[in-house]
Design a protein around this ligand. Structure first.
Ligand SMILES: Nc1nc2c(ncn2[C@@H]2O[C@H](COP(=O)(O)OP(=O)(O)O)[C@@H](O)[C@H]2O)c(=O)[nH]1
Ligand SMILES: [Mg+2]
Length: 372
């Protein structure tokens, strides 16, 4: 049978859902040449092994096993680029998206009537009743409204994760997609220059079959990050912007701790010496602010590579502390040199801060959260 449709299933801990999912695709796509690409980010539950086990019996199934990477958007993009099929679809592997819609979605693209077809949770005739998550219905509704405002894309559910398009459209612009924390269809629609004809299919959005949602906690945050990435990400990289914002918050924390020391705490007596309240406050404030930055960067900036467990967190914290102290020396060194060259102290201080931050970012990107 000629290959007509490639289906990308991004997976993270979906072992229990995979076999039934492939069986449902097989039933829904009777008479259509299809293949499925499971893009798994080295799930601890062994989803990739399960995918390969299925593939041994059904050569329409392939596994793209990514090591040391996380991210739904990049998984979807790489999966879509890995098929030769002229039309490609992306859907959840957790049974929330009904495969029965696929033939209809394919028909309108193959007929040349539309470039993109997608399943909407909020179109006329759709339902989110079975999802059982009114909180997430609300969050998605809000995010959709913002997305429509910002991008001008007028769909009932631009944040849907179930869509299909001609694969050449994707390949032509794949290098321009942001691939970070963004609903990938919206990313594609906002990136591609040509006007795309889009067909909506109302869907009954189901509850996930097995396992847990990975997007619950950070969905709104990821969405905002995605918007930023589209807007300014090419000028100031998203991760650096996050790192810098958290760094600025760290300054506020530092000042708050220092102020409370100066106003509340008595004169400290340490190691048999009286030290000034300022020195003690400054030291404690620096440690608190640095730890605050470490925790926030670990949770947000590097949520895809988050360090977990006591050992890795403590090692990461120590490396971050080391990086930041070198960054501080760079900051002071550069600012001091500029002042000696006759520049005004304030702009010199700012240059010092920027140099220190770039240093901190570059080093902790590699040595705290990177692979080296
Ligand atoms: N490869 C890969 N797949 C992911 C990642 N995060 C989520 N997924 C998969 O993407 C699909 C949607 O995620 P899900 O947790 O169901 O999000 P929700 O439907 O918004 O609650 C599921 O098939 C997940 O297994 C990831 O970091 N990498
Ligand atoms: Mg899901």
């Amino acid at each position: 049978m000629t290959l007509r449709l490639g289906i990308v299933l991004p997976t993270y801990n979906e072992r229990g859902n995979l076999r039934t999912m492939v069986a449902r695709l097989d039933a829904a796509l009777e008479g259509i040449g299809w293949e499925v690409i499971v893009v798994d980010d080295n799930s601890p539950d062994g989803t990739a092994d399960e995918g390969r086990a299925i593939a041994l019996e059904d050569s329409r199934v392939r596994v793209l096993h990514r090591i040391g990477r996380r991210g739904l958007a990049s998984a979807a993009i790489e999966g879509m680029c890995a098929t030769a099929a002229p039309v490609v679809a992306v859907m959840d592997a957790d049974h929330q998206h009904d495969p029965a819609l696929l033939p209809g979605m394919l028909a309108v693209i193959e007929s040349g009537e539309y470039d993109v077809s997608y399943a909407s949770r909020f179109a006329e005739g759709a339902s989110t009743e079975a999802w059982g998550r009114p909180d997430r219905v609300k969050a998605s509704g809000m995010a959709n409204a913002i997305a429509r405002r910002v991008t001008g894309i007028d769909l009932s559910d631009p944040m849907s994760g179930y869509f299909m398009l001609r694969s050449e459209i994707l390949r032509a612009d794949a290098h321009r997609l942001s691939g970070v924390g963004f609903k990938i269809m919206l990313d594609i629609l906002a990136t591609v220059d040509q006007t795309l004809r889009i067909k909506e299919f109302p869907m009954n959005f189901a509850a996930r079959a097995e396992g847990d949602s990975k997007l619950d906690r950070t969905v709104v945050f990821e969405f905002l990050v995605g918007l930023y990435d589209k807007w300014l990400g090419r000028i100031i990289p998203t991760r650096f912007a996050l790192f810098g914002t958290i760094g600025a918050l760290g300054v506020v924390v530092h000042m708050a701790v220092l102020a409370s020391f100066l106003h509340i705490v008595g004169r400290p007596f340490i190691f048999g010496h009286w030290i000034t309240r300022f020195d003690a406050g400054q030291t404690v404030a620096a440690i608190v602010a640095m730890s605050f930055n470490f925790v926030l960067n670990n949770e947000l900036t590097y949520s895809d590579k988050r360090l977990r467990g006591l050992g890795p967190v403590l090692t990461g914290w120590a490396r971050f502390a080391l990086t930041c102290s070198v960054g501080l020396l760079a900051n002071i060194g550069v600012a001091g040199a500029l002042v000696r060259m006759g520049f005004h102290p304030y702009p010199s201080a700012i240059v010092g801060i920027v140099v220190g931050s770039v240093w901190n970012f570059a080093l902790s990107n590699k040595f705290v959260w990177g692979k080296y």
